[in-house]
Each structure stands twice: as structure tokens, then as C-alpha cells.
Write a protein that binds this ligand. Structure first.
Ligand SMILES: *[C@@H]1O[C@H](CO)[C@@H](O)[C@H](O)[C@H]1NC(C)=O
Length: 272
């Protein structure tokens, strides 16, 4: 499988900048409603939790926290203070990327639209990987939707499975992991905002709810974060696994794009 990835990597090495032409093409090809309504045939709910848990249901790759791949060289603790941030050069943080040639134009455009959404709101700039780049992100259709947490060094993959993960919110969610961000419901101060109901969690998935000593960058807990799972994430019985402490009937984790706080956090972490 890795050999296959590397093979397609080799044939897609062209050093083409992610340029305005891509955005122009993107605007023409990816009318949001069109893309999403086509992509959603057969899937009723499209919030991040639902998409990720469905897509990851039969997954073989070991994942922690639901959709974070274990790191090659460090554990999944917040690493942004110790080197897993992407480097900034002058005003921008350049993140080299490649996209698997096995995606259709339409699928590729969903990914590009997701990447370009960071350009319009943050100082992150995705550029096509060329020979001068060591560290880069390779987007491909693996088993499910997942990413490593932060920059790993060298090739790192973000899996966005065809027929399961190609939604704007899912692209933003997995890319945010690659930039170093955890799920909202595991952040250090979550106990003030959410209650975890272990009795409703699918056995073996309890670790997805473990709290992490995150750096919250002075931003408030955000139920509308694209990084927040919904209240039924990993439920074994249709009962909630998470409840809002302030309002147990609150429905949350239904973001269809990054919230203002998601954007503010990226800008703070990366000094944009
Ligand atoms: C590689 O891409 C960078 C932009 O990230 C660019 O500045 C550089 O000129 C490119 N190098 C080659 C050899 O294409």
C-alpha cells in the first residue's frame, strides 16, 4: 500500500505552484451546493462526526482519538511547542502538498477548495511540493478520514476516502489536525463544558474521549468548532456520548466549515 502511494507520488512530482488558475478552476467547478448534494447521495447527515465515524467504521489502520494516526516519531500529545508546527517564512507558513492522481477532478476540487479556504482566513499557504521540500502532506484515498497531528517530518499522509470523506468540513478538519489541532472535546478545559457518558461509548473507543493538555490559545470552548464531534460520536446505542453541561439538550458538533474560533486559533498558533 505504501509502495502504491510512493509510486503515485513519484509520477505526480511536477513542481507546479498552487496558483490562481487553480482557484479559478475551483470556483467554476465547485459550486458548493452542487458538489455537496452530489457527494451526499445516500448520506443523510454530513457533519464531521458522522462522516468520519461512517468512513472509519471498517478501518484497519490503527487510529487514536478517532481519526488521528499515531505519529511515527512522537505520541499525539500537543507537540506544537516542541517542533510539529509548520515553519513560517516571513509572513506565511508554507505547507507543501501533493494530491493523489487517483481522485477525479471533482474530488480534487473539494480538497483544493478546502485548502484554499485556509488561504483566505489564515497565513497558511499550501504550495505544490517540489524537490526543495522535505516535509509535505500527501492527500490520498485511504481507508477512512484521518491525519497525523502536526508536522511529522518527511512524507505524511492525510487520508480522505472517496465516497466517504470528500466534504469541505472534513477536509478542513483533517487539515487542521495536520496543522497540529486536536478535537475540541478533548481540550484541557473541556470538563467545564461537556460531560462524557462512557456507558454509551462503543467499547474500545473510550480513549477517543481522553482529555489532552492542549494549548487553547486563549480561545473559548466552541461547540461549533469544525473539530468538535457531535453528541452521538462513537455511540453504541444511539444515546449521547457527550452532553453540554450548560444545556444538556444542546445539539452540537454540526459545523459545516471552520468557525471563527477555529480560524483564530490557527492565526494565533502560527503568529499570522
Ligand atoms: C519550490 O517551491 C517553492 C515555493 O514553495 C518555490 O519558491 C521554489 O522556487 C520551488 N523550487 C523549484 C525547484 O521548483
Amino acid at each position: 500500500m505504501f509502495a502504491v502511494v510512493l509510486f503515485f507520488l513519484a509520477i505526480s512530482m511536477a513542481a507546479v505552484p498552487l496558483k490562481a488558475a487553480d482557484s479559478v478552476n475551483l470556483i467554476k467547478k465547485t459550486d458548493v451546493t452542487d458538489v455537496i448534494s452530489k457527494a451526499n447521495v445516500g448520506i443523510k447527515k454530513t457533519d464531521v462526526t458522522d462522516v468520519i465515524s461512517k468512513a472509519n467504521a471498517r478501518i484497519q489502520t490503527p487510529l487514536i482519538y478517532g481519526d488521528i494516526a499515531p505519529s511515527k516519531s512522537r505520541n499525539a500529545d500537543p507537540c506544537t511547542a516542541t517542533g510539529c508546527k509548520w515553519p513560517k517564512s516571513e509572513s506565511y507558513v508554507y505547507v507543501p502538498v501533493q494530491i493523489s492522481p487517483l481522485y477525479t477532478q471533482e474530488e480534487r476540487n473539494v480538497i483544493l477548495r478546502g485548502l484554499l479556504s485556509f488561504h483566505t482566513s489564515t497565513c497558511i499557504r499550501f504550495v505544490w511540493k517540489n524537490v526543495t521540500h522535505q516535509d509535505f502532506v500527501y492527500f490520498y484515498s485511504g481507508t477512512g478520514c484521518w491525519s497525523s497531528l502536526g508536522r511529522q517530518g518527511g512524507l505524511q499522509v492525510v487520508s480522505l476516502m472517496k465516497n466517504g470523506c470528500l466534504y469541505h468540513s472534513t477536509v478542513q478538519h483533517e487539515v487542521s489536525h495536520a496543522l497540529g489541532f486536536h478535537h475540541e472535546q478533548v481540550r484541557s478545559d473541556r470538563d467545564s463544558y461537556v460531560q462524557v457518558l462512557p456507558e454509551n461509548i462503543i467499547p474500545g473507543n473510550e480513549k477517543n474521549f481522553d482529555k489532552v493538555q492542549t494549548n487553547n490559545l486563549g480561545t473559548p470552548y466552541d461547540f461549533n468548532s469544525v473539530m468538535h464531534y457531535n453528541k452521538y460520536g462513537f455511540s453504541k446505542n444511539g444515546q449521547p456520548t457527550l452532553l453540554s453541561k450548560a444545556n444538556p439538550s444542546l445539539d452540537f458538533g454540526r459545523a459545516t466549515s471552520m468557525s471563527a474560533n477555529d480560524i483564530a486559533r490557527i492565526n494565533k498558533l502560527y503568529g499570522c
